[in-house]
Structure formats: C-alpha cells, structure tokens
Design a protein around this ligand. Structure first.
Ligand code: KG4
Ligand code: ZN
Length: 390
C-alpha cells in the first residue's frame, strides 16, 4: 500500500490513529493524536470470564473479542468525539499473543480499513508497551538518546536497548534485546503465586493488595543465578542479563505446605468460584497473617530481583535512561523501588501513565504513528504472528 495518499501529514486532514488491540484477554480500542495525545482509551476486560479458570482460556478469549470488538471500537470513536471519516489510519496488534485472539482484531481492522478506505498499520504488541512509556518520554528531551526498556508483563520479561538515532520525535525507534527470562515471565509468576494462594486472576493486583498488610521480611526467597553462555556479550543470542521466575512458584507452594496454609487457600478459592467478581478487600477476612506475609515477601522478592537486574543491565549497556512498562509496571512497590534505586545511581526511570501499563490500544495507536508518517502500511495479506519478536 506504499504510495497511497498520505492523509494526516502536517497541514493535511487528520493525525488521528484508531488503535485496536486483542492479543490476550482485553478487547481494546483507542484514538490517539500524533502518537501522543490520547483522545479515548476503551478497554473491555474479560477478567471475570477467565478468573473461574485461574488463567486465560484461548477459545473463550476469541469468542469474547468477537462479542466486544464492534461496541468497543464504536465507544472509542464516540468518546473521542470523532467518526471513522476523521481517522487517518487504523492500527492493529499483529503479535505476539494468542492466535485466535489476534485474528479477531486483525480481521476486524482489515474490514474496517477496507470499508472506510483507510490505510492499515501493523504493530508489535511489545513495541506498543514500550510506546506507552515513550509517549511521555518522547515529548521530553530524550529523543535521540538510547534507552533501556524493561517490558514486564504476563508473557514477557525482556530488556531492550531502544535507540532513535535520527533524533526527531516522529522517527521510528530501533530495538536490541539485551536481557530476558529463561522460563516464566514475572507477571506469570504473580499469577501462579496468586493461584496457589487461592486468589483471583490476574494475580498481580491481588498480591499487591494483600502485600500491603503483610511483612515482606517474613519469608526469604532466593533466585538461582542464571548464567548466559558468553555472558557479557550483549546481543540477541547471548543476552547479558537473564531472569528466571519458575522456581519462586515452587518455593511459594513449599512454604504453604510447610506452614499448613493450603486449607485456607482452598476456602478463598471456593468463595471466588461462587463470587468471581469479588475484590481483594472482600476476601481479606479469609486471609490469615501467614498468607499476607507470604504475599508481601513474594512481591518484595520479585521487585528486588527485577530492579537489581535491570540496573545491572543499565550499567552494562551504559544507559542512563530506563523505561519500565507492561502489566507488572502497574505495581506501586515496583515503581517506588525503581525510582529509589535509579536515583541512587544517577539514572532516570519512567513508567506509563496510570491505566497504560496493562494492555490497551492507545499504546498500539501511538506506536503506529511513526509507521504512518513513513508510509509503512500493512499488506492486505496481514495475518497474526503469535510468536512475533521485537
Ligand atoms: O501487559 P499485560 O496487561 O498483558 C500481557 O501482555 O501479558 O500484563 C498482565 C500481567 C499479569 O500477569 C498481571 O498479573 C500483571 O500484569 N499485573 C501486575 C499488576 N497488575 C497487573 N503484577 C504486579 N502488580 C500489579 N499491580
Ligand atoms: Zn501486554
């Protein structure tokens, strides 16, 4: 589609991108001006539907996306006070994510682009997460610098060096992976620990709510030191910094067994099966002190490991600016500890604004803006790429 009329360039009709995101369990649409100004950001969560299963059921996710996609897009346009005719392009997540879930968003975006005669832009979900932080960062004086980006979500715990050598704010960023998890993602560990404790899905907000009332020093967790082959060389084949979060789940399970905590977890699970929409506060009466302590200790261990290794990566890469993004970046303690430790080392750290850490479509519309300016339109054969890398 290269060479099509380039609506939206300075002085022409529109600079509004409609973003669509359906990679996992949130059906989302948003309208963003010039990759920065969020006019609307609508997210229909499927949490209540999946929480009974303790995780996302792919088939159910696809059906829910199909049910929600049209009303969510209509709502995003309405809240922005615009019609499809006012949009310069439609951006959609092409991967990574659940194949069936991605298909729904891509098929809908293609049909909408075709019917409205608008160009289609394909966005990597991980770049979207980075843009949710860059949206702020770009407006600062940082463009043209290299940044260290930690994407920490339910599916990823990855470190990238993001650079924008061209300098202008609209230029595309380039990414080099310099760290990753060798097994579970950090968000996955939060989800698994919450599940063991008989709490709801997704686990992060539940653990965070309980952790406020527990003693973070009550249980000690240690992380295996994962060694990369050729450690120190930072390239995609041998990243310098590796995370590992599969062992901590086993440690949580063992602690619960040793301290006789399984019966209380089962009682909480039963309540959640009956009342899947319960909030953490509603379950507090069923949380014994040992459960609160375990949640607090688990959260502290996860946060300290993420902070320590990310700062080490910043040192190795000689990066002075860090962005932390993805669902786990919503964690208040993580934000505080990153800010404290970065300040001690003379580094800056930025996070997405509230509501843009977890999956959303504003980040997809924002990441699409440089692609629109450079006419990097998606081909009509665009399809889902469940294992897409950045
Ligand atoms: O980015 P996201 O919405 O979806 C993926 O791309 O995976 O991230 C979801 C993950 C879940 O694992 C969830 O437990 C975690 O982010 N999460 C949190 C918090 N809020 C969401 N983890 C820790 N603390 C939180 N407050
Ligand atoms: Zn995500």
């Amino acid at each position: 589609m290269k060479g099509e009329p380039q609506l939206g360039r300075a002085g022409t009709t529109s600079s509004l991108v409609l973003g669509i995101e359906t990679s996992c369990d949130e059906t989302a649409a948003a309208v963003v001006r010039e990759g920065r100004e969020v006019l609307s950001n609508v997210v229909a969560s499927q949490i209540a539907t999946h929480s009974a299963y303790g995780g996302v059921v792919p088939e159910i996710a696809s059906r829910e996306h199909l049910r929600q996609i049209a009303p969510v897009v209509r709502e995003a346009l309405q809240q922005a006070g615009v019609s499809l005719a006012d949009i310069c392009a439609i951006a959609v997540t092409e991967g990574p994510g659940l194949a069936g879930a991605l298909f729904v968003g891509i098929a809908y975006a293609k049909a909408l682009a075709f019917a409205a005669g608008k160009p289609l832009l394909a966005v990597n979900h991980l770049e979207g997460h980075i843009y949710s932080a860059l949206m702020r960062h770009q407006s600062a004086k940082k463009a043209g610098k290299k940044l260290l980006a930690l994407v920490v979500s339910g599916g990823h715990t990855h470190l990238y060096i993001a650079s924008n050598p061209a300098g202008p704010r609209e230029a595309a960023w380039h990414y080099e992976m310099v760290g990753r998890t060798v097994d579970d993602a950090a968000g996955e560990a939060f989800d698994k620990a919450a599940r063991l404790l008989g709490l709801g899905y997704p686990g992060g907000p539940w653990i965070a709510a309980l952790a406020e009332r527990g003693d973070p020093a009550a249980v000690r967790f240690s992380f295996a030191q994962v060694k990369a082959k050729g450690q120190g060389e930072a390239n995609a084949a041998t990243p310098a910094v590796l995370f590992s979060y599969s062992g901590i789940k086993t440690a949580v399970a063992r602690t619960m067994e040793l301290r006789g905590m399984k019966a209380a977890a089962e009682r909480r699970r039963e309540v959640l099966v009956r009342e899947p929409n319960s909030a953490p506060d509603a379950l507090l009466a069923l949380c014994e002190p040992a459960a609160l302590d375990l949640a607090a200790s688990f959260q502290q261990a996860m946060v300290e490991d993420l902070v320590r290794k990310t700062l080490r990566a910043a040192q190795i890469q000689n990066a002075t600016d860090i962005v932390v993004t993805g669902g786990v970046a919503a964690n208040v303690r993580l934000r505080r500890r990153f800010s404290e430790e970065a300040a001690k080392s003379g580094l800056t750290v930025e996070f997405p604004v509230s509501g843009l850490s977890t999956d959303n479509a504003a980040m997809i519309a924002a990441a699409a803006w440089p692609k629109f300016l450079q006419s990097q339109f998606a081909p009509p054969e665009l399809t889902a790429q469940p294992s897409l890398r950045l």
